[in-house]
Design a protein around this ligand. Structure first.
Ligand SMILES: Nc1nc2c(c(=O)[nH]1)N[C@H]1C(S)=C(S)[C@@H](COP(=O)(O)O)O[C@H]1N2
Ligand SMILES: [Mo]
Length: 279
């Protein structure tokens, strides 16, 4: 195989002299401008800081700071939807995590008659499409397994092997996240629900996710832990696993999953923790 010699390309050196002079003039103007810009940026910085700290509170944070955090979360959502994955570990490193948190795990619960309730996204004022799933139906969908670190916001963490169905795979088969009922391809369509709400059957524990986090390839409706069916204490029949976030988002005993327009209530966000709870 031979390579054709390439035509010599005209580089910057070949540019006419008059262009050089023009470039220098522009550079000089830019330098003067950048001094002015720096000064203005300084002032804007001060004003911005005042704005951040003296706007009305949201979630117990100054509103301005809250908006910056939300903006950062949107940026990272865009980023990790396509790219960022939580680190995965060798299965041999998996250990049983401690049982932590029992809100919403009341005694009067029969896993044998349990079904997952899903409420599809509906335009305002219309009734959502309802769909029920037995555990067997969920287990018939593509199974995903990974070994990641469960990080509790209280400061401990454990490497755990989780298995279940990706929420994204459930939605590929049952397109309940769009008002039109069309499946989500690469781009989020304009009629996609911005948020997902997850609630225990007794409605005592609840978490919210942005749709981008719900569609993340490591967001799992999980029915197995360390190679065994989930136990009731760890959230049987079905729990959420979402390893880019803290354990507070890993809702155990999922009862109802809804696609909604407004940011859903979140048990620990109501008690002062960051709503996104990413790490
Ligand atoms: N229903 C319910 N789910 C929950 C909680 C809870 O109190 N109730 N606690 C959360 C917290 S703070 C953590 S760290 C994880 C712990 O999961 P594990 O008990 O399986 O280790 O569950 C999360 N899911
Ligand atoms: Mo936790």
């Amino acid at each position: 195989m031979t390579e054709e010699p390439q035509e010599p390309r005209s580089g910057p050196a070949a540019a006419p002299a008059s262009a050089d002079a023009a470039t220098e003039r522009t550079a000089a103007t830019r330098t003067r401008r950048s001094f002015i810009t720096l000064g203005l940026a300084g002032l804007a910085g001060l004003a911005g800081w005042r704005y951040l700290l003296h706007t009305p509170d949201a979630d117990g944070l100054p509103g301005g700071l809250r908006r910056v955090l939300d903006f950062n979360a949107r940026l990272s959502n865009e980023y990790y939807r396509s790219a960022r994955l939580a680190p995965e570990f060798a299965k041999a490193r998996a250990r049983p995590p401690r049982v932590n948190g029992h809100v919403g795990l009341s005694e009067d619960f029969d896993p044998a008659t349990w079904q997952l309730q899903v409420l599809g996204y509906a335009p305002a004022g219309t009734a959502p499409r309802r769909q029920q799933f037995t555990l067997a139906q969920l287990q018939a969908l593509p199974r995903t397994e990974f070994t990641t670190e469960l990080k509790c916001i209280e400061g401990w963490s454990t490497v755990v092997t989780w298995a279940g169905v990706r929420l994204a795979d459930l939605l590929a088969r049952y397109p309940l996240a769009t008002a039109s009922g069309r499946p989500i391809a690469d781009q989020l369509p304009p009629d996609a629900a911005p948020y997902v709400s997850l609630v225990t059957p007794d409605e005592q524990y609840y978490v919210g996710l942005e749709l981008e986090s719900a569609l993340h390839p490591q967001t799992l409706l999980c029915y197995e832990m360390n190679g065994q069916p989930l136990t009731l204490a760890h959230g049987a029949p079905l729990r959420l696993v979402t390893p880019l976030k803290y354990g507070i988002k890993y809702l155990k005993r999922l009862g109802t999953l809804s696609f909604v327009a407004q940011r859903p209530a979140d048990y620990w966000a109501e008690r002062g923790y960051d709503w996104h709870a990413g790490h």
